[in-house]
Design a protein around this ligand. Structure first.
Ligand code: NYM
Ligand code: MG
Length: 212
C-alpha cells in the first residue's frame, strides 16, 4: 500500500515463578509462530552469554557474592545492553518471544528485605515496553508435584511466594494470567491463538517505553 509503514514484530514476554513451564512454552510458541509463517525469535533474560550475563550467572550459581543493589542493577543492565538489537529486530518485522523481563527483575529483587517495588522499577524505566505479557501461574500443589527446585539462588519456596506476590502487583491490562496446571499441549494451543492476535494488533503500533 503506498504510504504505509513497514510492519513491525510483536514484543511478547513470558513471566512466572521458577518451574512454571515458561521456557517450554516460549520455545513452543516460537516454533508455532514460525510454522504459521510469522518470523519469530526466542530471547531470554538473564542473557548469560554477555560479560554482564556471566557475572549474573556466577551470582545465581552461588559462586560469587554481589551486593543486592549491585546485582539488581546488573540484571537491568543486561536488558539495556540488549535494547539496540531488540529494537532493530522488532523494526525489521521479527516477533520476539522473551523468557523473563523487567517484571522478574522487580519481582525477585523486591522479595529481598528492605527493597521496594518502586526502587526496583526505577532503572527499568524507558526500556522497550512489551506488547503483551503471558503470566504463568501454578498452584502450590502442582508446583510441589514438579519436584524440588534446583540449587540456584532464589530457588526456594519462600522467595518464590514473595516473587509471585510482587508479580501480582505489576500486572496491567497487557497481561494475561494463565493457569499453567494444564497439559503442555493445551497450554501451548491457548497461548498461540492469543499470540497471533497480539502479532496482528502490534503491526502498526508504535514501540513504547516501560514505566514512563
Ligand atoms: N531473575 C531473573 C532476577 O532475579 N532478576 C531478573 O531481572 C531476571 C530476568 O534469575 N530465579 C531471577 C529469576 C530466576 C533466575 O532465571 C534465573 P531462569 O529463567 O530460571 O534462568
Ligand atoms: Mg530457573
Amino acid at each position: 500500500m503506498p504510504g504505509s509503514v513497514a510492519e513491525r514484530g510483536a514484543f511478547i514476554v513470558f513471566e512466572g515463578c521458577d518451574k512454571s513451564g515458561k521456557s517450554t512454552q516460549c520455545s513452543q510458541l516460537v516454533q508455532r509462530l514460525n510454522d504459521a509463517g510469522v518470523k519469530a525469535e526466542l530471547l531470554k533474560f538473564p542473557d548469560r552469554t554477555t560479560t554482564i550475563g556471566k557475572m549474573i550467572n556466577s551470582y545465581l550459581q552461588q559462586s560469587c557474592q554481589i551486593e543486592d543493589h549491585a546485582i539488581h542493577l546488573l540484571f537491568t543492565a543486561n536488558r539495556w545492553e540488549a535494547m539496540p538489537r531488540m529494537t532493530e529486530l522488532l523494526q525489521s518485522g521479527v516477533t520476539l518471544v522473551v523468557d523473563r523481563y523487567s517484571f522478574s527483575g522487580v519481582a525477585y529483587s523486591a522479595a529481598k528485605p528492605d527493597f521496594s517495588v518502586e526502587w526496583c522499577q526505577q532503572p527499568e524505566r524507558g526500556l522497550l515496553r512489551p506488547d503483551h505479557v503471558f503470566y504463568l501461574t501454578l498452584s502450590p500443589e502442582v508446583a510441589a508435584q514438579r519436584g524440588d527446585y534446583g540449587t540456584e539462588r532464589y530457588e526456594k519456596k519462600e522467595i518464590q511466594a514473595k516473587a509471585a506476590a510482587n508479580f501480582d502487583l505489576l500486572k496491567d491490562e497487557t497481561w494475561t494470567v494463565i493457569n499453567a496446571d494444564k497439559t503442555k499441549e493445551d497450554l501451548s494451543t491457548e497461548i498461540f491463538e492469543h499470540a497471533m492476535k497480539v502479532v496482528d494488533s502490534s503491526k502498526q503500533a508504535e514501540l513504547a517505553q516501560l514505566w514512563l
